[in-house]
Design a protein around this ligand. Structure first.
Ligand SMILES: [Mn+2]
Length: 218
């Protein structure tokens, strides 16, 4: 049987739901390739527990905007997400440096054969290696220039996508997931009381578990 690839959406510290989902899809780190779409951390109950599960399952993750913020904060840059930094330090305790070193190895995107993973999305017409990292991790809509990446008066980036790869993304919880032939959105807002979603390839099956509660406001 062909190896399964499991791709898991934005966890945001929801470790109980992550455990449930891994159990539901019978994830096996010895057999399955287990990938995460980024934003493992922040907002939810316990980022450290999520990271421990991630390591236990030999997961691979791309960078979400929350991981990219963490790295910038760890380098001493000022950032609007600084409130999360202190919370993470406390949460990880003696494991904090190891955690930051691990996150610093996350790639900004993941490409394999006909599959592309990116946290926010693709700037139309550009390969990720030509794209500003912050655009990759935060884009929702495209204004033609990159000044405004979330105004709903502009088209979603995936309406403008014309490539052949299957692109899997997260980040846009309010969208509630997306399932198109060439684009799949996995952020179904678990931390906001929605679902945590896993895409199973090659069968292209979406499996969800419901959030046990609403941990944050969208
Ligand atoms: Mn995000």
């Amino acid at each position: 049987m062909e190896q399964r690839t499991l791709i898991i959406g934005d966890v945001h510290g929801c470790y109980k739901e992550l455990k449930k989902l891994l159990k539901k899809v019978k994830a096996d780190p010895e057999k399955d390739r287990i990938l995460f779409i980024g934003d493992l951390i922040n907002k939810g109950p316990d980022s450290r527990k999520v990271w421990e599960i991630f390591k236990e399952y030999h997961g691979t993750s791309i960078m979400g905007n929350h991981e990219l913020s963490l790295l910038e904060l760890a380098q001493g840059k000022l950032h609007k997400h600084s409130k999360y930094f202190d919370a993470l330090r406390k949460n990880f305790g003696s494991k904090f440096d190891e955690f930051v070193a691990d996150v610093s190895q996350f790639p900004l995107w993941y490409e394999d054969h006909e599959l592309m993973l990116v946290h926010g999305g693709l700037v139309p017409g550009l390969h990720p290696d030509q794209t500003d990292p912050w655009h990759l991790v935060t884009i929702r809509t495209w204004d033609g220039e990159g000044h405004d990446l979330k105004s709903e008066s502009n088209p979603p980036w995936f309406d403008l996508y014309e490539g052949d790869d299957l692109v899997v993304f997260g980040h846009w919880a309010a969208l509630g997931g997306l399932d198109r032939p060439k684009v799949i959105g996995l952020d179904t807002g678990c931390v906001y009381g929605g679902d945590l979603t896993c895409l199973i390839l090659p069968e292209r099956k979406l499996v969800k578990v419901s959030a046990l509660k609403k941990y944050a406001q969208i």
